[in-house]
Write a protein that binds this ligand. Structure first.
Ligand SMILES: *Cc1c(COP(=O)(O)O)cnc(C)c1O
Length: 470
């Protein structure tokens, strides 16, 4: 048979569209999308025939064509930003959306998003209100400060602080704290953007109180800035000035001290191996202004939270930048629910997923691992499956060098490579994101909830069946 003959036999798009098997899609899929998929499937077949250079000719049959078209329709209907299962063991995975929020936070977002809300309406007075009121008093109460304010993220929080408090003036920072956080947040650049002049003091490994003191100029200095080095640690021959020492110095000169705390940890988690300054601790030290992220260890939505003395917060609220970095109602809904969890610190450890993943017991992780391993073993023999000890991480630029011991399920394919398994799990209908270590696929139980175990098992079983078919 020659090419011309084959090309003539390709079904017409209209003909394919009449097939019963595509009808189900017309109910809930735009017709255009189905037509486009069929056209692509037909075009691909035509291309295969044109590229054919002897040997078996490409098969032309309706079943394959429909199968291809159905796959394409499904692919086009798939949202790009969608749920995945995090099997990496990294709790604040920057690429996977950082903090997973609490159920209550999620519910509140839905409620506020799908209804009208009292966003800028004072229900007591029946008059215009402020979107900031819902949450600022709550935050101030929970952390014990005079004032609070919420902006888009911590980067904009720092920018707003510097612009409002130190524009045209010098901001004194230790050379050991000129941090870069992923995604090009660099302290010197933010400083420039905020219109403040960076005055570096000390050295990379050692900065003393006198270094700050000697740099202060009554006229020129706008603020002292302390930055928590959340994503690196300087070790060995080191010295840094504590927040309380810096605050005392600032007070002496009437200069505000801004503390970029980074993570926003509310509960003391020392006993779980987390050595990270907490928000309440910085408030107890009498901080002037503290900024932190909403979606790191606080466990809420992306946001920047600014807390501290009322006079500084008021000054920031009036700044023109405040409108540019304003938060959306869904963020406020999620953040209010998240902060409310912290009224009961013990319950928060169970209900805020970031905290429950840090505080989860070895037993619980081991149980989940065994559950998953057994489900998969029962259904397929395509893998060698083992429950092993693992090391998880907080991630998201928090607590470097601190690993959390846990359990993982190790998967080795009898016929396929770890790379192939990783890729296929990632292509599953609910993508399962895993780590590879020494040619093994590791699924870490710290970041997989009990509810997700069945889905992970189904993903692995689907892979296994595919490998067995060859
Ligand atoms: C993470 C972090 C930031 C940036 O916060 P975003 O909320 O990601 O904008 C700034 N400073 C420090 C110290 C951080 O750890």
């Amino acid at each position: 048979m020659d090419k011309q003959e084959l090309l003539k036999r390709i079904p017409k798009v209209d003909e394919v569209l009449k097939d019963q098997r595509l009808f189900v899609f017309f109910e809930d899929t735009p017709r255009e999308l189905v037509v486009e998929s069929v056209r692509e499937a037909v075009d691909e077949l035509r291309k295969n025939i044109l590229d054919w250079e002897g040997g078996d000719p490409p098969a032309i049959n309706m079943d394959d064509l429909i199968g291809d078209a159905v796959k394409k329709v499904r692919g086009k209907k798939q949202k790009s930003l969608r749920r995945v299962i995090n099997g990496t063991g990294t709790i604040l995975h920057t690429n996977l959306g950082r903090a997973r929020m609490s159920e209550e936070a999620g519910r509140n977002v839905l409620e506020v998003a799908m209804n009208y809300s009292a966003l800028e309406y004072d229900l007591k007075r029946g008059a215009r209100g402020s979107r900031h009121d819902h949450i600022e008093k709550l935050i101030a109460k929970i952390v014990g400060t005079e004032g609070a304010m919420v902006v888009n993220n911590n980067a904009s929080a720092v920018l707003l602080c510097l612009s409002a408090l130190a524009k045209g003036k010098e901001v004194i920072v230790s050379r050991g704290e000129l941090v870069e956080i992923g995604g090009s947040f660099r302290i010197p650049e933010i400083m420039e953007l905020g219109g403040a002049y960076l005055r570096e003091v000390g050295t990379t490994n050692k900065t003393k109180l006198d270094d700050y003191r000697n740099a202060i100029d009554k006229e020129k200095t706008g603020a002292l800035l302390k930055v928590h080095t959340s994503n690196y640690k300087i070790m060995g021959f080191t010295a840094e000035v504590s927040l309380s020492e810096l605050l005392a110095l600032g007070q002496e000169w009437g200069i505000p001290v801004v503390y970029d705390l980074g993570s926003g940890l509310m509960a003391d988690l020392q006993q779980y191996g987390i050595d990270e300054p907490t928000v309440p601790e910085s408030v107890r030290n009498g901080a002037d202004v503290v900024t932190f992220s909403g979606d790191k260890l606080l466990g809420g939505p992306q946001a920047g939270i600014i807390i501290g003395k009322k006079k500084y917060i008021d000054c920031m609220k009036k700044h023109p930048l405040a409108r540019a970095v304003r938060v959306d109602k869904m963020t406020l809904a999620a953040l209010e629910a998240t902060f409310r969890e912290y009224f009961d610190m013990e319950k928060a450890k169970e209900r805020v997923p970031v905290l429950s993943m840090i505080t989860v017991s070895m037993d619980e992780m081991r149980t989940k691992a065994i559950l998953l391993a057994e489900q998969v073993r029962r259904a397929t023999e395509a893998f060698e499956i083992e429950v092993i000890k693992s090391e998880g991480q907080i991630g998201g630029g928090s607590t470097p060098n601190q690993f959390l011991a846990g359990y993982a399920v190790s998967v080795v394919g009898k016929k396929v490579s770890a790379d192939r398994i990783e890729r296929d799990l990632r292509a599953y209908e609910v993508p399962v994101i895993v780590r590879i270590n020494q040619d093994r696929v590791l699924i870490d139980m710290r970041t997989v909830t009990r509810d997700e175990i069945d889905t992970v098992a189904r993903a692995l079983i689907a892979c296994g069946e595919k490998y067995d078919r060859g």
